[in-house]
Design a protein around this ligand. Structure first.
Ligand code: PNS
Length: 157
């Protein structure tokens, strides 16, 4: 049985992330979306618990959702995960991801598989879309519906 983890801060997930999770679930027997961060030390727009709830509300129920407050490789070793899966939008993502993938491989031997982001989502990032929402811009087609509603609610409250 092949097991993969899609790790990230996911504050919150976008449609680009969701596309990667769905495609990963077609390649691996078991996929876990892993939110990194300490639930006791909230930072960002959503707490770790809120991010996990938003992911659960958007993904297929066959995809697991969990969090990791420590080193990613400790989680993957403990849960017998074979592979990390990440999306790549551009060479900028590649430069950012390369040292992390190499560090994780050095620490535990785990490999990272990169899926190229669908061109529809190439310009979408959590931070950019949050900024659009914060200033009242149209975020249609950027987040899954439950996530878009939660983002709007955060900025309206
Ligand atoms: O979505 P992000 O914030 O770009 O994802 C980065 C993330 C969460 C994958 C990375 O920061 C991470 O793995 N954090 C967990 C702590 C860890 O293992 N750090 C060493 C990474 S080589």
């Amino acid at each position: 049985m092949t097991k993969a983890v899609c790790p990230g801060s996911f504050d919150p997930i976008t449609l680009g992330h969701l596309d990667i999770f769905t495609r990963a679930s077609e390649l691996f027997d078991e996929v876990t979306v892993l939110v990194t961060g300490n639930p006791d030390k909230p930072s960002g727009l959503f707490t770790v618990e809120e991010r996990m709830e938003l992911i659960r509300g958007a993904v297929d129920p066959s995809i697991k959702v969990d969090f990791c407050a420590g080193l990613l490789v400790d989680y993957t070793t403990e849960h017998n995960i074979d592979t990390l899966v990440k999306g790549l939008r551009s060479s900028l993502d590649y430069e950012y991801e390369l040292p992390m993938a190499q560090m994780n491989r050095r620490l535990s031997g785990i490999d990272t598989v990169f899926l190229l982001t669908d061109e529809k989502y190439g310009y979408i990032s959590s931070s950019l879309c949050k900024e659009v929402a914060r200033f009242g811009g149209d975020i249609t087609g950027m987040f899954p519906p439950n996530v878009g509603a939660a983002v709007m609610e955060k900025y309206q409250s």
